[in-house]
Design a protein. Structure first.
Length: 228
């Protein structure tokens, strides 16, 4: 991928759109904008895009419906913009395949940094070849598929990346900052709530008892580890 990316900014607030566009274009990117879900869907189907910044609350098709539609046909990186306190939207959005979220009001500089990191991540995928396993869970790195007790487990792209990274370093404890750097490619100073949500989602999918995880463990005050 070249340094310049084409990014779609979708928000019904023209002030938010203008601010985001200004910061992204300052980084040298080409931007397209949409103020509602229907226009955004039209651009998504017509344009060759590298990333989308997508507000959850939109006229017409909302951001969650658009996330589902995007992920059904591509691996286009998605950053959701959500209202502060709307945790349910963030969880659902990540489950539908969004790569990250930023809560409003947000720092445009932080959003621009997250965009840069996701674009780097998309252009330099980590080596995930072969297979890893723990308990009754098997990860196929070539196919990017996971099975548990022989049954397929549906993971988003980022859930797979996080699980693969932890399974590649069994019993080693990683802080949220370290996971943000290694899995998302972000600077450690950025907000790490995305890691917490992804760990919670992974536990629901791979643990027999998510409330008492056997494999994906929390080390209080430090971070997370995967125990085979």
């Amino acid at each position: 991928m070249s340094d310049m990316a084409t990014i779609l900014v979708v928000d019904d607030d023209p002030i938010v759109r203008d601010v985001v566009v200004r910061y992204l274009e300052r980084d040298g990117h080409r931007t397209l904008v949409a103020g509602d879900g229907n226009h955004a869907d039209e651009l998504l189907r017509r344009e060759a895009l590298d990333l989308v910044v997508l507000d959850v609350m939109l006229p017409g098709r909302d951001g969650l419906a658009l996330s589902r539609s995007i992920r059904s046909r591509s691996s286009l990186p998605i950053i959701l913009l959500t209202a502060r306190g709307e945790e349910a939207d963030r969880i659902v959005g990540l489950e539908l395949g969004a790569d990250d979220y930023v809560t409003k009001p947000f720092s445009p500089r932080e959003l621009a940094a997250r965009v840069r990191a996701l674009l780097r991540r998309a252009s330099t995928q980590p080596d995930q070849r072969g297979a890893l396993s723990f308990g009754d869970v098997v990860l196929d790195g070539d196919a990017r598929e996971v099975t548990r007790a022989g049954g397929e487990v549906a993971l988003t792209a980022r859930e797979f990346d996080l699980l693969w990274f932890l399974a590649s370093h069994p019993r080693r404890v990683f802080s949220r900052d370290q996971l943000m750097t290694s899995v998302w490619g972000y600077e450690p100073a950025l907000e790490t709530g995305t890691v917490t949500v992804h760990v919670r989602r992974l536990r629901k999918k791979i643990e027999a008892d998510p409330a008492r995880p056997r494999h994906l463990q929390t080390v209080w005050g430090v971070g997370y580890r995967l125990v085979p």
